[in-house]
Design a protein around this ligand. Structure first.
Ligand SMILES: CCCCCCCC/C=C\CC(=O)SCCNC(=O)CCNC(=O)[C@H](O)C(C)(C)COP(=O)(O)OP(=O)(O)OC[C@H]1O[C@@H](n2cnc3c(N)ncnc32)[C@H](O)[C@@H]1OP(=O)(O)O
Length: 280
């Protein structure tokens, strides 16, 4: 949960500051289906800063512990599922915070990838980089039209680590994954469906959520323990490998992000994003 300082004018007419805790995710469990919907709420683009990552992690844990029958992840933003890591966390970073950001991204990935209940992403907008990471950690993906999804890290001069690539390889043929990663390719909704990166297209967020509910419903008559153990069998190797390498991965991330040429590239990329936003 993140703490924010809210400024308001009190009865004395003086401006006062009040510290409030603002949650950047919500969890709603449907009484009828028992399925939990985790919604990311960090406008405008659900940029994954430290606070959002901590809240996603705590929401996944809440769902793990409340006997939900499944997890659907989606976004409160109308056009964006998640724009991935908040690039401001990587630009001229505070070293301790950068380490925490990457560690929490790892935590979110392994909690979502490894959770025993069925998972689905209702991708109601663009899902580049870390947005794609959340979607590919799930078992099923439904996306709205005219959006983009993919791992575009090479375009930023950084590389997707092995644990993240393993999520891609669960879904895409190796040849398609290698080409897409080396190109930093962002797939349109139609291309993603064609390549198998998403499972279905829906015309609205509501329809996407309904389709995710229907997917989770396909397990209604399957023994949940047998299901969970089977899922684990498929994912255990990737998780084992991840745990072996996670500390080294944090060090690699920090040294890569701190390289002067990478900092320069991130700065230029950020400028480009701002210019594009100002033109709209
Ligand atoms: C071991 C080695 C490890 C190496 C590292 C591997 C890294 C692997 C994992 C994750 C990395 C990442 O996630 S990096 C983040 C990459 N993300 C992107 O490249 C997406 C950038 N954003 C966009 O393309 C678009 O914003 C969008 C398609 C997502 C949405 O477009 P839309 O037109 O709706 O919105 P705007 O572009 O106008 O943006 C609005 C507003 O948000 C700011 N913004 C957008 N994305 C980000 C971001 N990722 N971080 C911070 N801020 C972002 C944008 O600048 C606008 O801001 P202003 O209104 O203030 O100008």
């Amino acid at each position: 949960m993140s703490s924010r300082l809210l400024s308001f004018v009190g009865r004395t007419g003086r401006r006062r500051l009040m510290s409030t805790a603002i949650k950047l995710t919500t969890v709603e469990v449907n009484d009828k289906t028992g399925i939990a919907t985790l919604t990311m709420c960090r406008p405008p683009v659900n940029g994954q800063n430290l606070e959002l990552l901590l809240d996603i992690k705590s929401s996944i844990n809440e769902i793990k512990n409340n006997n939900s029958r499944g997890l659907i992840i989606t976004s409160a933003s109308p056009k964006v599922f998640s724009a991935g890591l908040d690039i401001l966390e990587m630009y001229k970073p505070d070293q301790q915070r950068l380490r925490a950001v990457w560690t929490e991204l790892q935590n979110v990935w392994c909690d979502l990838y490894g959770i025993s209940v069925p998972t689905a992403a209702a991708i109601n907008g663009h899902a580049p980089a870390g947005g794609c990471l959340l979607a590919t950690a799930c078992e099923y993906r439904v996306m709205v039209p005219n959006c983009i999804i993919g791992l575009n890290e090479t375009q930023l001069g950084i590389i997707a680590p092995k644990w993240l690539v393993s999520g891609y390889l669960n879904i895409l043929p190796k040849r398609v994954a290698e080409r897409a990663l080396t190109q930093g390719r962002l797939f349109t909704t139609d291309e993603a469906l064609q390549e198998g990166l998403i499972d279905e297209i829906a015309n609205s967020k509501e329809e996407a959520v309904d389709k995710c509910v229907a997917f989770i419903g396909t397990f209604a008559k399957v023994n949940p323990v047998a299901r969970a153990l089977t899922k684990q069998q498929f994912r255990a190797d990737n998780l084992r490998q991840f745990h072996k390498e996670r500390e080294q991965d944090v060090d690699d991330f920090l040294s890569l992000v701190n390289r002067p040429e990478v900092q320069k590239g991130i700065g230029i990329y950020l400028e480009g994003l701002k210019k594009k936003a100002n033109k709209q």
